[in-house]
Design a binder for this molecule. Structure first.
Ligand code: HPA
Length: 248
């Protein structure tokens, strides 16, 4: 079974024939909402809206540990994290889709690990390649089959939010090697690795990052949501091909 975590612009998966919803309690508290189970062309899929059903949970208040812990109990083969980002690299114009292959963490004050007990052996995880190469490859193949253009690889900078960045901060992220910026990539990716989930992200460029492209002075939030609305049809097309071609 595939699991999809929907980000901004994707509070539900409209191609899903819903069978049931399940609330999962965790030792870490409440996930963002109930898990929605259903089928896309007869293939099972489970969906979670990262920001809650009504898009009410801001990035820094998402209970990432509860979300990932609950997902792990469902034993999905792959987890696809859909995430809105701002484009820093010139190629990442609004409406483009990208499968990041690296991440830099600028977040703080979030519960970022399952290994924070003083009573258990110290545990480190390898995070050289933060996204599952197998899951990335599947998304890429599905996108090709769906006839959707996606950019293969890029560095995701995870910022704290909920405010957008200053132009100077974006220059700094670019200097650090970041191609895109979003607020939810971490600790989600690291927690997924701690739970040994096959996890990868499909990022949707919603806007030029602050100071880039046409956004030299101000970023229009209205435009962000318009672009996300338009682009989600392409994301759904990729997900449908993904489960059709590679689902159980
Ligand atoms: N910055 C951070 N997160 C984002 C952006 C951005 O410009 N656009 C969409 N998510």
């Amino acid at each position: 079974m595939f699991a999809v975590i929907g980000g901004s612009g994707m509070a539900q998966l409209s191609c899903l024939e819903i069978s049931h919803r399940q609330i999962i309690r965790t030792p870490y508290g409440e996930p963002s909402g109930p898990f929605t189970f259903g089928k896309v062309n007869n293939h099972e899929i489970v969906f979670l809206a990262r920001h809650g059903h009504g898009h009410t949970i801001p990035p820094h208040l998402i209970n990432y540990r509860a979300n990932i812990w609950a997902l792990k109990t469902l034993k999905p083969k792959h987890v696809i994290a859909v995430a809105a980002v701002g484009g820093i690299h010139d190629d990442l114009v609004p409406g483009s889709l990208i499968i990041p292959d690296q991440i830099i963490d600028y977040t703080h004050s979030r519960d970022f690990t399952f290994f924070d007990s003083r009573d258990e052996p110290v545990t480190h995880i390898d995070f050289t390649r933060p996204y599952s190469p197998e899951t990335r490859a599947l998304i890429l193949k599905a996108a090709n089959r769906a006839g959707e253009a996606v950019i293969d690889g890029g560095v995701y900078a995870a910022t704290q939010g909920p405010r957008l960045e200053t132009a100077a901060e974006i220059n700094r992220l670019a200097h650090d090697g970041a191609d895109m910026v979003g607020m939810t990539g971490m600790p989600e990716a690291a927690l997924a690795r701690e739970q040994a989930l096959n996890y990868a992200a499909l990022a949707v460029v919603a806007n030029h990052a602050a100071g880039r492209g046409t956004n030299t002075d101000v970023i229009s939030l209205k435009e962000i949501f318009t672009i996300l609305d338009e682009t989600m049809a392409h994301v759904r097309n990729i997900l449908e091909h993904l489960v059709n071609c590679y689902g159980d």
